[in-house]
Design a protein around this ligand. Sequence first.
Ligand code: 13P
Length: 287
Amino acid sequence: MLVSAKEMLDKAKAGKYAIGHININNLEWAKAVLLTAQECNSPVILGVSEGAGKYMGGYKTVVGMVNGLLDELKITVPVALHLDHGSYEGAIECLEKGFSSVMFDGSKYPIEENIEKTKDIIRRAKELGCSVEAEVGAIGGEEDGVTGNGEVADPQECKMIADLGVDMLAAGIGNIHGVYPPNWKGLNLDVLADIQKLTGTMPLVLHGGTGIPDEMVKEAISLGVSKINVNTECQIVFAEATRKYIEEGKDHEKKGYDPRKLLKPGFEAIKEKVKEKMILFGSVDKA
Ligand code: 13P
């Protein structure tokens, strides 16, 4: 059964580790992430962007697929199904269709409007026992057509949004989605420390997990980050493994064109990457 992300995140915050939020893109992704979480005995959050939700056939399809996998693969670790960077309308739809957690990304609205809309999503989610993530300061880079400017969040604004009753808070600290440019300055850990000081026990979320050096990730966790979002890294290893299979001509050997064979190296590559992240984040055996 899907669970709200609240309990796993509160425990992670108290225990100074982070839960992996791994974006899923299709059946292979969902299955790979769930099986790895089970093998690692680690709680996990499956992230679904609005674009990925559409790609998979709609939110109801995603809910049906994930619930079916939990049941038939006998997944017993805590799993949350979370809308990533949801619009106001998208968050409402996902709550109605069976997601257990939503992010309402109101960072494009003026702060007053962000607050009003966030309050409304919190009220709806609470009624259903679901968790809510809010964002202050747009995350840079481009994800599914949503482009942010890489802002650094104002700690006071973070406090204001945290006090509305969200369960987790994403704050821009110079992180961006996708591969970091060579001249990237790194995370602004001073601002992260200020945000953590003001927001206390609130689990903080680090988006753009791909390509942040391991030591910086560990420091961010020590400063209150309890959820780390990873998407691009899994996409890259999946594409590389699939390319290798094709370039070696394996699709021409026997029934190598069978999707169950063709997609297997990519599937295994995702599993390996997710395991690596769970070890780095410290969530192994925390289920
Ligand atoms: P990356 O694609 O950089 O890993 O970021 C993922 C993310 O933050 C999803 O919200």
